[in-house]
Design a protein around this ligand. Structure first.
Ligand SMILES: [Zn+2]
Length: 511
């Protein structure tokens, strides 16, 4: 396809504006996701009506119904998983008094540049104390934790909340993927021992896997981040990275081992069974659902538009009645009947009875990513059958009404399986390994995520990471794969400092 002429400059597509609204009935989405991911993403957000960027405040997004319904579903699945692992929900205020915010020094240093402050109220009264719009809620929740936790009987305490956080992001923003407000879940946990806290970070990684991979079909590697790239105030940070179609890393949920740093700062102590007081140990975990949504649509979509996993699709089944003049009433009635049937089975189903041509309807709902399409014409209505189209494979299957229930179930499950497989295959195809700096340079150019021998992820490795960034146009050391089994041999050296390699890390460009 010839490249479309646009007014945008090639380097930085302005993503803050929507073009004039097009007549969506005429849309045929046809953009190569792999060779032109940036355009694909920008266009699909607009065409599928996921978000409106015209709110007028940089980095703040209006979520439209088509994304909101899916995101709510994603929240449900994530919260359910947290509940199953023994967490309880809470709702804390969105503002944090500055004095609370200032309590843990590393945290303050890391987050201060990103904070929005509320300073005045009413007719311009200056607030006695500035209030931070929460960039994350450690400093909102932990002063209360200090009051709630008295003895070992109060532990473990495992709470989470769902809501917005605000960060004054300096880089250019991108709908869902990077903004100044994002919607997420944050879980904050307290334990009597460090071992239990460490076990919690492993449980968090398991939750990430169960939900993001198991339910949303997103492949990723779970990394231990280098010392210089940790959450502000954490002992260790473990973060999941997936890959965008252009070969860049996208950071997904991270879990942080906080040790007793915050509990000492916030006086979160407990009395053991002999009446002795101890500082507690903590972890926190933050799946950003808005970003996971962005990652999910990028990973699964194709050149015709979105493909939603069956479970989170805003509409799972779209019924298209094909109304020839003869028997139009019968077809309509049959469509309604199938809709009621599907609804009773618990599916999100909709009939497109607009006056667009069937072909236009097909394109439209394919672009919107609806997993299954039920086509109903005269023949289907007469014979009590239905033709089902599967969005990912584009296969059509003719089934009888009595087979509908099992067929939908199977096709939905198979769609999920196959888009997950395809995403994993793409992900794996981007992994590589380099034995020399030249090889690394080549492979980063080829948009790979590259495993290399590395001196150290402690602070003494940071200058080498800076050097990599300079020499490889911004490529970053992402950390050690937590499942890594390989230990460097004696002749494997860090490409930069030449020291004996202490570990293997992955290097790539970040989104
Ligand atoms: Zn080095």
């Amino acid at each position: 396809m010839a490249k479309k002429k646009t007014k945008k400059t090639a380097k930085k597509p302005p993503v803050e504006k929507n073009p004039p609204k097009e007549d969506s009935s005429l849309v045929t989405f046809n953009i190569s996701k792999e060779s032109n991911f940036s355009e694909w993403f920008t266009k699909i957000v607009q065409t599928a009506e996921l978000a409106d960027m015209r709110y007028g405040v940089k980095g703040f997004l209006v979520y439209q119904p088509w994304s909101t319904i899916a995101i709510k579903k994603m929240f449900d699945l994530y919260e359910q998983e947290l509940d199953d692992f023994g967490h309880n929900p809470v709702i804390f205020p969105m503002v944090i008094p500055e004095s609370n915010f200032q309590i843990e020094a590393d945290h303050v240093e890391g987050f201060t540049p990103e904070v929005f402050w509320v300073t005045t109220a009413g007719k311009g009264d200056i607030l006695e104390e500035r209030l931070a719009l929460r960039p994350t809620s450690e400093t909102a929740m932990y002063p209360l934790y200090s009051l709630w936790i008295r003895s070992w009987r109060d532990l473990p305490l495992k709470l989470y909340q769902s809501g917005s956080v605000f960060r004054y992001e300096g880089k250019s923003t991108r709908p869902f993927l990077r903004g100044r407000e994002f919607i997420w879940i944050e879980s904050h946990n307290v334990f009597a021992t460090m071992d239990e806290a460490i076990a919690q970070t492993r449980e968090d990684m398991q939750i990430s896997f169960n939900v993001m991979n198991g339910r949303f079909g997103i492949p990723f590697i779970q990394f231990q981040r280098p010392e210089w790239d940790k959450f502000a105030g954490a002992v260790h940070t473990y973060a999941a990275d997936t890959l965008m179609p252009d070969g860049r890393f996208l950071q997904l949920p991270s879990t942080h081992l906080l040790g007793d740093k915050f509990s000492k700062a916030f006086d979160i102590n407990y009395m053991d069974d002999e009446g002795e007081s101890h500082a507690a140990f903590q972890t926190c975990y933050g799946p950003a659902i808005s970003r996971i949504f962005g990652g999910m649509i990028a990973v699964h979509g194709d050149d015709s538009g979105l493909i939603f996993p069956f479970e989170v699709a805003p509409i799972q089944l779209i019924i298209i009645p094909i109304l020839a003049k003869k028997q139009a009433t019968k077809v309509k009635a049959y469509a309604e009947e199938l809709k009621s049937l599907a609804k009773a089975m618990g599916y999100r189903v909709h009939i497109d009875d607009s006056d667009r041509r069937p072909g236009d309807k097909y394109y439209f709902w394919e672009m919107k990513g609806v997993p299954l399409r039920l086509e109903i014409g005269r023949r289907e209505a007469q014979e009590g059958k239905v033709t089902i189209f599967r969005r990912d494979t584009r296969e059509k299957t003719l089934v009888t009404r009595s087979e509908l229930k099992t067929t939908i179930q199977e096709m939905g499950a198979n769609l999920d399986k196959s888009i997950k497989r395809r995403a994993q295959d793409f992900f794996d195809s981007r992994l590589s390994r380099a034995d020399t700096l030249d090889e690394l340079v080549e492979q980063i150019k080829a948009r790979k995520m590259v495993k290399i021998p590395w001196c150290s992820i402690e602070l003494d490795g940071e200058p080498c990471a800076e050097e990599i960034k300079d020499q490889l146009a911004g490529a970053e050391v992402r950390g050690i794969d937590v499942k890594e089994k390989e230990v460097p041999s004696k002749n494997e050296k860090c490409f930069i400092c030449g020291k004996q390699a202490g570990c293997f890390v992955y290097v790539g460009k970040q989104y």
